[in-house]
Design a protein around this ligand. Structure first.
Ligand code: AMP
Length: 454
């Protein structure tokens, strides 16, 4: 998510640039809404930022206030109707909302608000805010102060109407949101890397439970929620955020490198080369190599032009699977005892094929090292990793996992060491996917799993 507001800002174009830096956070759809002070206009479509926007489209989006979104679906299918920003008309005003996260009380909210028509939690939030504005004549910030406390779960939001840009983080602060400035312009971005790209200075993170309202008179801070302890998503550090972003004052790349150092200490093995799974495993592999003194080599090469939106090929091609994304270099792997480093294993299907590929390239041993603990618990806070039954490590011991993946050994980084490596205090994090310790009630349909602990 991105947002910008300033007296002479070419807001939609800057948002377009900002979204490029955030493409990794969602590749299903992209959208921008812009205000020229009179009208709020939204343009959105399925696809990557570069597929959705072109010069004529951007040229039609004039105004000095905008928000933008790239979507990765959690609640609601990846279809046009669910792309964002979500827009609602209220009299002559229009409001638009972009959401990163996932509500955990969507069903209850929809019943209470008599809004069975909403197909996503984000649409439901927008409808509830719009209903409040219509019923009471409240301004957008006033309506938010009333409606926000009823939302539960993970929601970093950027919102706008004709004259306000608004940034919100839920009281736990599950998902990131940063505030930046550029001359007289204020910028909101899910990650600081997007501030860098547009040339904005990082000012601070929006606090958990904070709502900032930005308009022509500047920034005001509000706290519409009862105070709660922060629970920032640990997996943002492990996998999701860009390595060049700064989270909680720590550069993600440096944290990941320290995870690799800790992994070498915790799970050492005698081998010839350390090979990362590009790109997510690179910093941890560098750290592992540095700490162990075992040579680092790029034994796998990634095709940069295949994203997650890659259309599933026909059955005949599907068998090629991982080869579409990664290729192994026998020159670096043949005859070697390989330490293969990645940040996480979720379903295990990619990793299993990858191990086979490394063996086919001539590796004599494959020792898998993962810079986080086994991923055993579904995320209800915005990480679309699927149900518990799809998670490889759920209900399995490390030996069983090693057997399934056909590796000579496996080593996962322990949770305490992972948290230490971030450089941030343990109490700050949501570790639910790795520990089963959910900071909120989780949706009833899945609650039975929350009581199992393995
Ligand atoms: P798999 O073996 O199929 O579980 O895939 C493991 C790979 O998925 C690792 O390289 C991870 O970096 C990557 N990964 C972790 N979390 C996610 C996610 N939420 N979406 C897509 N890929 C992920």
């Amino acid at each position: 998510m991105f947002g910008i507001c300033g007296p002479d800002s070419d807001a939609a174009r800057l948002t377009y640039f900002g979204l490029f830096a955030l493409q990794h956070r969602g590749q299903e759809s992209a959208g921008i809404s812009v205000s020229d002070g009179e009208t709020v206009t939204v343009y959105k479509d399925m696809g990557l930022v570069a597929q959705v926007f072109d010069e004529p489209t951007l040229g039609g989006l004039s105004g000095s206030l905008a928000i933008g979104h790239t979507r990765y679906s959690t609640t609601g299918s990846p279809s046009w109707i669910n792309s964002q920003p979500v827009y609602r008309q209220i009299g002559h005003n229009g409001i638009a909302l972009a959401h990163n996260g996932n509500l955990t009380n969507t069903h209850e909210l929809a019943l209470a608000a008599e809004r069975n028509d909403a197909t996503t939690d984000s649409e439901l939030m927008t409808a509830m805010i719009a209903d409040r504005m219509r019923e009471t004549g409240d301004s957008l910030p006033d309506a938010l102060a009333e409606v926000l406390p009823s939302f539960e779960g993970a929601f970093s939001l950027t919102m706008m109407d004709r004259t306000h840009l608004i940034g919100i983080r839920d009281p736990f602060g599950f998902r990131p949101l940063a505030l930046g400035s550029m001359g007289a312009e204020w910028v909101l971005a899910s990650e600081t890397a997007a501030l860098d790209l547009v040339g904005a200075q990082f000012v601070r993170e929006i606090e958990p439970g904070e709502m900032v309202v930005i308009d022509s008179s500047g920034v005001t801070s509000h706290h519409p929620f009862p105070p709660t302890e922060e629970r920032f998503c640990l997996f943002e550090f492990v996998y999701f955020s860009r390595p060049d972003s700064i989270l909680l004052g720590e550069t993600v790349h440096r944290a990941r490198r320290r995870m690799g150092v800790a992994l070498a200490d915790q799970a050492p093995v005698d081998a010839d080369v350390v090979v990362p799974v590009p790109e997510s495993g690179i910093p941890a592999a560098q750290g592992y190599s540095e700490a162990s003194g075992i040579r680092y080599t790029d034994g796998l090469v990634k095709n940069r032009y295949i994203g997650r939106t890659f259309i599933e090929p026909a059955q005949a091609l599907r068998d090629r699977g991982i080869r579409l994304k990664l290729n192994a270099m026998p020159g670096e792997l043949a005859g070697k005892r390989v330490i293969l480093v990645d940040d996480s294993i979720v379903r295990g299907s990619t990793t299993r094929q990858l191990v086979q590929m490394v063996r086919d390239a001539g590796a004599v041993e494959v020792h898998l090292r993962i810079s986080s603990p086994p991923y055993r618990w579904p995320c209800f806070y915005g990480m679309d990793t699927g149900e518990r039954s799809t998670l490889l490590a759920a209900g399995k011991t490390e030996d069983e996992i090693a057997l399934y993946l056909a590796v000579d050994s496996i080593g996962y980084l322990e949770l305490d060491r992972l948290i230490d490596a971030t450089g941030v205090g343990a109490s700050t994090f949501c570790t639910a996917c790795l520990s089963g310790d959910y900071p909120t009630d989780v949706p009833a349909a899945d609650a039975k799993y929350a009581l199992e602990r393995n």
